[in-house]
Design a protein around this ligand. Sequence first.
Ligand code: ARG
Ligand code: ZN
Length: 860
Amino acid sequence: MKDASPQTIYLSDYQPYPFRIARVDLTFGLAPRATRVHSRIEFAPNPARPGRHDLFLHGEKLRLHSARIDGKPVAAEAMAITDEGLTVTARALPDGPFLWEAEVEIDPEGNTALEGLYMSGGMYCTQCEAEGFRKITYYPDRPDVMAPFKVRIESDLPVLLSNGNPVAKGAGWAEWNDPWPKPAYLFALVAGNLVNLPDSFTTRSGRKVDLNIWVRPGDLDRCAFAMDSLIRSMKWDEDVYGREYDLDVFNIVAVDDFNMGAMENKGLNIFNSKLVLASPETATDLDFERIEGVIAHEYFHNWTGNRITCRDWFQLCLKEGLTVFRDQQFTSDMRSGPVKRIEDVLTLRARQFREDMGPLAHPPRPDHFVEINNFYTATVYEKGAEVIGMLKRLVGDDGYARALDLYFERHDGEAATIEDWLKVFEDATGRDLTQFRRWYTDAGTPRLTVAEDWAPGAGGGTFTLTFTQVTPPTPGQDIKPPRVIPVAVGLLNPNGDEVVPTTVLEMTEATQSFAFEGLASRPVASILRGFSAPVVLERAALAAERAFLLAHDTDPFNRWEAGRALAKDVLVRMVTEDAAPSEDYLSALGRLLADEALDPAFRALCLRLPSEDDLAQTLAEAGRSPDPDRIHAAREDLARAIATRFEGPLAQTYEALADAGPFSPDAAAAGRRALRVAALALLNRIDGGARAAALFERATNMTESAAALACLIEADRAEPALAAFHARWKENRLVIDKWFMLQVVHAAPERAAEVAERLAAHPDFDWKNPNRARALLGGLAANHAGFHAASGAAYRFYADWLLRLDALNPQIAARLSTAFETWARYDADRRALVAAELERIRATPGLSRDLSEMTGRILG
Ligand code: ARG
Ligand code: ZN
């Protein structure tokens, strides 16, 4: 039975669990429709909760065969079972420690939600975070209950894996022992007909660790980059954070059916195969970069997440924000720091700012939820990482290093909170972080306005910056007190020299002024360098000043940002006033394109126009209802104007960067390809797809193949290429995902819904595979003007699929529903269309807790 009214869980209700667990023994008898799980759990009273307590164990969709305490069957009257779990009354429990034993039966093959133990392509695998272990056996499935696990797997499949170190194996069984106490969400089991890429790593204290990447037999030739990324991650965490690996083996398994990116289970990371498998022919440069980053992310969790875990799920950003921050540092060390920062800010704005400005806004540490899976969000992850970046800026690199050392020393083996985290910074640096804590507890993106004043004087002039911060209300939080905001500022002379190098101003009040004295002439200010805080900076700068910063700023982030602001100003004026693209912008862009001294990756980023969704958000913030068709037309016009104006230099760039020599996935080679395909995408608007057609024939890597295919779709001449691409890659699920996605993302807006509908009927549209469903539906949502077509056809199609998916896999449906989170931006007709779809979803009987919470919150 589904919950009639799903219950809200509050942070303020937290209580320690009344029992501790000394150890856990699990035996799995694997069978697709009837897996037997036998558990032996050694409980003892928890001194932190004195008194006698009932024993509550979570459990969902379990068939209980037997339950014993200290060897004796538990009497039926002493035990109550509901949809959520099992309670043994305190009267039936011994006073001191006791042994709980249970045997349950589960159905991995019938598990379409892909949470708990399930099957993917003939193999068994698990996903337990956040609350999936309760679908495996009865257990206190909460992260503050930590225990060492021993696991025995019985199955005829050749490869049987679990957490920790291998103990023994024989024909049809294997045993694993994980000595490190862990919460149940880090449990993992894999069984299948798998092959491995082996390697090894010797830690700095001399422990030799066997590394393996396990995949299905045909996939072994695409694992090398992931393995290389793993080894670099292990080394980096030793060098930069002093963190060593702590088991004899580290296993990674790639599975095709996975609800998210990857999972950091202790010693046995499980990955979506798209974040493991890569070869030049099948993976784009972006895929390579993501694989490197996610392999690092999951590995880094071994310390930030596993050795130190979260007390409860409200603290999720304690492990996720920190681990994202660490993987961002890793990527900027492996690649280009400035380019990585720009990419991260682009993602933050596209996903987190969008979330923060809509009905789903929540703080990095929420204080209530209905379904925790709905809180694996950009706010928890990406904003959680930004908050740590600000902390580091405020306490300095040394202070950060001392605080992290103290964190690992003080909390190793514990389940910690955000308060614990802030306390180590206070203790290590002596700084009071009372006001800083608001970044964790308050939702919303502060808007920072700045006014400039110049007062010439005899001994030099004074330049004053006055900042005002305002954070708009978010659901459930009307009042937003001022936060501490680190604003990195540099001042440039009119000739482009830096007169004041980067200085971090600490803003703590609603309005605050900072003066720079003794200046020879009025400077140009470069504000919020490196994007030093996740705020919206509102600055009424003249186009000429932005162009000056684009040409001269010594801070690469702000240099890019100046060009971005120019492009946005231009586009907004094209949409609202039918203005022509400004000369300031075009000539600045031309100089940048021609500047061979600049990193190609950086130039590629400068050529990328703001997205349609970004423009819609900007217009909405300015109090206008965005017209998706006009936005689309303006962006196309601007791209065409750029291509027409710079046809020569763009064509020259495109030709000069033709791939020569063997493929390398490194940042420099990827940057050249990025610039080349950025030039191609612009030229495509005026050459009718001629270059793309030629490139599609010749391309030897997926970055260029996919870019060429996208251009051909936009030029409406892709039929033969699509057929050839499909024929060549029909056996490769990850490449076929791209084939689906590209067709929907690049469809002409008025045809997007129809294209999606046609593709949904294609025999390869295996909608039960999350990657495939996301390719098609996520692709449609990413086609801004197509998704928001005035007919409402895309809304309807999308809502139909959300309902269909929800019956099978609630997590995927709930995640995809965020496509509607911006609905309040648009005109009354579109709002009515979306509201009708959301109401229709909400009124559907048997809706999951996941999707019902999401539709409720989105409707507001
Ligand atoms: N901890 C995993 C990671 O960040 C993600 C788990 C997501 N779980 C979920 N229920 N959405 O690497
Ligand atoms: Zn993570």
